[in-house]
Design a protein around this ligand. Structure first.
Ligand code: CTP
Length: 376
């Protein structure tokens, strides 16, 4: 039996990047051979094992054939007669389809090294079409490697366009889409992920609301900004979705089955932007303490202070430039109003409805005070 380092580790090593996970392929072995050598079997769908000491993944060489749509219909064939080349051939991109032997020799039947030199993301074979998730993976690698000069090659772009036209993207389950989107949002140039998806037509089925040019440009600008600010996943998603009206935003986030925290922040941003975008509130010189307090209420600053910080961070990236000064006003207002202690008012004898009014009154007073200080 022979063991080879494969996939991302070989690619990253050749690119001079830090190697995180190392995956191995074993040729000429049976599951029994692996178990006898102390490996632990993981994964029910195909024979993958964990090394007893390193815990790294060792997969028996395999071929995969698609049967039907989506991710369920794969038939996997794994046996000692499956060659390394067979295994590499089922992979997505040539730069991901190289192996390195234990003696340090690179095995590269699909010219991945040449594509690394030429900075091209190219599919290995027609088998690329068997998994529509590969469209998203390719877009994600484009986002990751764009700073190194990588592009999706024209043939792969056409193949992806054909897959989209054949309706392949419709078969992806939301969980897998979300996983790729979320990873893409943290790549080196997240916007490239969405550009590639738009250019091959996949965006029109995955996030159709973002396809109109004006919205797309707005979303990309907000995303670049939140990426520079090292935003969290929630903040990045909310920035991406910020050009959408609230209802469309809610619908898309639900369809993507995004986690609740992502859905909530995106919804709040979608709700806030039109609230800010009203003539009374826009000219921040004249914004009143009342306006600010009602915005703090909408944001539920009182119960969700940490989400409010995220909200401001996203607004600073998503609002049109002339409206951005309001972010600072909101921050001042929040600092001022957060100091109101209901307990202190209760000690003064306020309760029930009167307590609520006293809290509101005191918050308003402090916001007014903060505004008058800041304008002098
Ligand atoms: N839909 C997929 C998923 C994975 N692979 C192959 O499986 C390898 C391992 O996949 P994964 O760990 O997801 O990606 P990496 O290439 O290791 O990238 P990352 O750096 O993101 O981990 C890839 O290199 C690729 O050869 C594939 O061909 N098609």
């Amino acid at each position: 039996m022979q063991t080879y380092l494969v996939g991302g580790a070989v690619r990253d090593e050749l690119l001079g990047l830090e190697v995180k996970d190392r995956d191995w392929v074993v040729v000429g072995a049976t599951p029994d051979d692996m178990l006898k050598r102390g490996f632990k079997q993981v994964g029910a769908d195909f024979p993958v094992f964990l090394h007893p000491a390193s815990r790294e993944e060792y997969a028996l060489a395999r071929t995969e054939r698609k049967q039907g749509h989506g991710y369920h219909g794969f038939s996997v064939y794994s046996a000692p007669d499956v060659t390394l080349e067979d295994d590499l051939k089922r992979r997505d991109l040539t730069i991901n389809a190289m192996a390195k032997s234990e003696q340090g020799q690179i095995v590269d039947p699909f010219h991945g090294q040449q594509d690394i030199d030429r900075r091209l993301l190219r599919h290995v074979s027609a088998a690329f079409t068997e998994d529509p998730l590969r469209i998203l993976r390719t877009a994600r690698f484009a986002a990751r490697f764009r700073p190194l000069g990588f592009q999706v090659c024209e043939e792969t772009m056409s193949l992806m366009r054909r897959m989209v036209a054949d309706g392949e993207v419709e078969h992806l389950v939301p969980e897998r889409v979300w996983q790729e989107v979320q990873r893409a949002l943290h790549e080196q140039e997240p916007g490239i992920f969405f550009e590639v998806l738009r250019d091959c037509g996949a965006l029109a089925s995955l996030m159709p609301e973002l396809t109109p040019d004006s919205r797309f440009e707005q979303a990309m600008a907000a995303l670049r900004c939140i990426h520079r600010e090292l935003g969290s996943t929630e903040e990045r998603v909310a920035a991406l979705m910020s050009p959408l009206p609230k209802q469309e935003c809610e619908r898309r986030m639900a369809a993507l089955k995004a986690p609740n925290d992502c859905q909530n922040l995106a919804r709040l941003v979608a709700e806030f932007i039109p609230a800010i975008d009203n003539p009374d509130a826009t000219s921040t010189g004249t914004i009143t303490a009342e306006n600010l307090l009602s915005l703090l209420d909408v944001a539920d600053l009182w119960r969700r202070p940490e989400r409010f910080v995220s909200l401001l961070k996203v607004l600073a990236c998503a609002l049109p430039q002339p409206e951005r000064p309001i972010v600072q006003r909101l921050e001042q207002a929040a600092d001022a109003a957060s100091g109101v202690e209901p307990k202190a008012l209760m000690a003064q004898g306020f309760k029930g409805k009167a307590l609520g009014e006293a809290i509101r009154h005191e918050r308003l007073r402090r916001i007014e005070q903060a505004l008058s200080h800041s304008s002098t």
